[in-house]
Write a protein that binds this ligand. Sequence first.
Ligand code: AMP
Ligand code: GLY
Length: 440
Amino acid sequence: MKILILGGGGREHALAWAVSKSDQCEELWCAPGNAGIADLATCVELDVENGDAVVAFCREKAIDFVIIGPEAPLAAGVASILRAAKIPAFGPSIEASKLESSKTFTKEICDKVGAPTAEWMSFKKADKAKNYIRAHGAPIVIKADGLAAGKGVVVAQSVEEAEAAVDDMLGGKFGKAGAEVVIEDCLEGEEASFFVLCDGEVTLPLITAQDHKRVGEGDTGPNTGGMGAYTPAPMMTPGTINQVMREIINPVVKEMKKRGSPFKGVLYAGLMLTKKGPKLIEFNVRFGDPECQALMMRAGGGFLDALYATATGDLLGKKIHWSKDHAMTVVIAAKGYPGAYEKGEPISGLDDLKGDPDVMVFHAGTKPGLMGEVMSNGGRVLNVTARGATLQIARDRAYAAIEKIDWPGGFYRQDIGWRALANESTASARRPLWPRRRKR
Ligand code: AMP
Ligand code: GLY
């Protein structure tokens, strides 16, 4: 199979790596790719949000299958245009992508099918939004309706902060994405991400993960695209997964089909595990970044086959083998991110990490330099990812690998996985070292 991956971040490097291990993958292309992906695929310049350009490229290279990584080409309708051209594509249609590109749309669907989510209202006028905020009090959550690169959510601790967020969003801070705001109750609990493949009708639950969105240690500071992630998310027990499938995923998938816009791709449910059970915070219509990097460390046989079956409506009976390992990814970002940062700095030490089966460095914002060296080329730059029998082992491997990388312009969080690691060590301290003798 000749495969084209759209995107050039850590998620796409991880997908390229997982897909390239399959015997079915004969030829791999990636647009635009990055310095790490260039080791696995032929990287090409292509306007990935222009469906006609992508179709023309696929025809020229006889591409059999397109895997779409990021949300922007999906919201631009690239999957729809590929399908209309009879080219199998992994990723939902423009209509089904609304589950990520419009928060109001998702909330309406949740209400229609009774899927648990925070109480909400949406507004286009600031005065009405502010009346609602004053009536409800803080904390309260303000969200731009459309795509805002993960920055369109304010969890306001005071009425004043909430009102300022409304003014910012409706005042044009996010352009059209903020022309409408969703205001919702603040949920309390632990967050988890859950991924499900869906071919329009049949669903295949994958595995769980947890990411760290804030830039600073202890989950403080501004939101980012994600500074690290780990899998599995220990709070997502089999019982909770069943409940999420029953109460959220399956009803939404059924409703999308009923509306004539079946969902074909990966549905990423961002969940809050509250005292009253799991509630949906948001859907994304693609793999999470950096969650995907950790997930791919555990993906085994059947992965590419399942992605293709998702695209072609053939998911029934498909299985993916997932290793029982834990995996963690730690993001190394350019100093200054998520604000202003430098690009074009050389990074060394990466070659020494090649060949370790338990460690992978997935590139995000990198590009090859003139001498073949790796240069920084973005905010989030590297994803050092490791696996192990426990999360602690995976964590120690990831941080030991980071020590070998030489890039003074980069920084990373030292505490990825802190909550789960604390629970893991308490659980192992409670476990008896030898079986207790039974009393006679
Ligand atoms: P989103 O972009 O919708 O994932 O929101 C970004 C982050 O804001 C989430 O990961 C949560 O930490 C937080 N958040 C969003 N909605 C809520 C909510 N209703 N209650 C509490 N926190 C929320
Ligand atoms: N890591 C969060 C996201 O991909 O949206």
